[in-house]
Design a protein around this ligand. Structure first.
Ligand code: AMP
Length: 423
């Protein structure tokens, strides 16, 4: 059997991981400034955490979850972060203070989807959530934060779309209107949407198949069927975004894939991504806490996809960090020289200087210099047993090929001085 990584699940290394960590750190710094604190939940949850929140008729629950059949029941690899977050909030009474609390999470999610550019089976999300707050102001804050996270890592080419999907009072009325509109045209819809018609008609609105798009274009809009409370909420959200100076387009097709959203739904897309163009999205999910306990905890949140963010960062052509190369490569020739540089390398590493050397003592100086070139070290220190006898060492600047001789007794001091001058 060929032992390769599972399809749609990737190893991340080299310049990719360097960029990844830089982007993630920047985003965590911004989340800190906005007052969000980290929460980590397990990667495995009981299946009900998702089936009873996301909804049985959604693609995720119906066909995308990785199941683990264990002695104590069926568990799944988490396909998203919000349901586990609410489970944790309820389990630990994180709502108890009664006023708004802000959390963020980051980590891998798992969905058995058909892999393509920007769509993986193990992908990574950063998500942010506000609990104990039912105001449109908190929706506006999260949309602003999501935009700011993208801008903070150099992505400027994106579009923000918002919608309101109503609440338990007005959504059923809207659903019926939509179905009445679609009924005579069922044959025009793709087979998937024909199935959706009975169980999740709203999702027909965000189908990407051109024929479906054309059919739903003149359909009644959810925002025109909102009850008074939902209408006021949506109007105030738009007002708040205006106050903050955040641009967002009203788009009736933003319904999001999951059942738990109510009122506000939003999505940020980028033209740099190809078919899978959503960088992130979210919405309000006030009723979900009741699936886990008695307390009704209003909440709103979003999740962004790291892999897609990285594609967009690269497309934005902002200066991206590369893997760091060592400051020094040590090239000893002979046993005494090896021991000398071996101990010096650790003395310098402990002082925070990046030094590399090979432990293979058989290599010629020529071979060592080739390796030094490959590591892209700034300087190579050349030391042979002869140099030790003469109490000196050679320092070669790799970019200019210039060499200088230095006293062995003060070699460490010289090397430390050189890098402190550089930084
Ligand atoms: P969702 O949880 O489906 O609302 O997704 C939130 C964000 O996660 C999306 O906007 C994407 O950026 C990202 N995402 C969702 N599914 C995948 C996937 N299969 N592969 C890569 N990124 C994904």
């Amino acid at each position: 059997m060929e032992k390769r990584a599972v399809r749609g699940m990737h190893d991340i290394f080299g310049d990719e991981i360097t960029l990844w960590v830089a982007v993630e750190n920047k985003m965590k710094e911004i989340l800190g400034f906005f007052g969000y604190r980290e929460i980590r939940t397990p990667m495995v949850e009981k299946i009900e955490v998702f089936s009873e929140t996301i909804g049985d008729a959604t693609d995720i629950v119906e066909k995308q979850m990785y199941r683990i059949e264990a002695e104590d029941g069926v568990m799944v690899l988490r396909p998203e972060g919000t349901a586990p977050f609410v489970r944790a909030v309820m389990e630990h009474g994180l709502f108890a203070k009664g006023s708004a609390e802000r959390y963020f999470y980051s980590g891998p999610m798992f969905r058995h989807e058909r892999p393509q550019k920007g769509r993986l089976r193990q992908f990574h999300q950063i998500g942010a959530e506000i609990i104990n707050d039912n105001t449109p102001e908190s929706d506006a804050e999260l949309i602003t934060l999501l935009q700011h996270l993208f801008q903070g890592v150099g992505i400027i080419n994106f579009t923000t779309r918002i919608n309101s999907v109503g609440c338990a009072t007005c959504r059923p009325v809207y659903k019926e209107k939509l179905r009445a509109f679609l009924q005579p045209q069922l044959n025009e819809l793709c087979p998937e949407c024909q199935k959706r018609f009975e169980r999740s008609a709203l999702r027909i609105l965000d189908c990407k198949v051109p024929a479906c798009k054309a059919t739903v274009a003149p359909a009644p809009k959810a925002v025109d069927c909102l009850c008074e409370e939902c209408r006021l909420h949506h109007e105030r959200l738009k007002q708040c975004l205006g106050l903050i100076g955040v641009k967002a387009i009203d788009d009736p097709t933003i319904v999001r894939g999951l059942d738990y959203y109510m009122r506000t739904a939003f999505e940020i897309t980028s033209d740099d991504l190809g078919a899978q163009n959503a960088l992130g999205g979210g919405g309000r999910y006030d009723g979900v806490s009741l699936r886990f306990g008695k307390q009704n905890v209003p909440a709103v949140g979003f999740a962004l996809g790291m892999e897609r963010v990285l594609i967009a960062v690269k497309a934005a052509q902002v200066a991206t960090p590369k893997s760091t190369s060592p400051q020094y490569f040590f090239a000893p020739v002979g046993e005494k020289a090896f021991s000398y540089l071996f101990q010096l390398s650790f003395s310098m590493k402990r002082k925070g200087i990046c030094v590399e050397m090979l432990y293979d003592k058989e290599k010629s100086l020529k071979a060592l210099l080739k390796v030094a070139d490959r590591t892209q070290a700034a300087f190579t220190v050349i030391l042979g047993d002869n140099e030790i006898a003469a109490n000196k060492a050679l320092i070669k600047e790799m970019s200019s090929h210039q060499q200088e001789e230095t006293a062995l007794a003060s070699l460490e001091e010289t090397l430390l001085r050189k890098v402190s001058r550089e930084t």
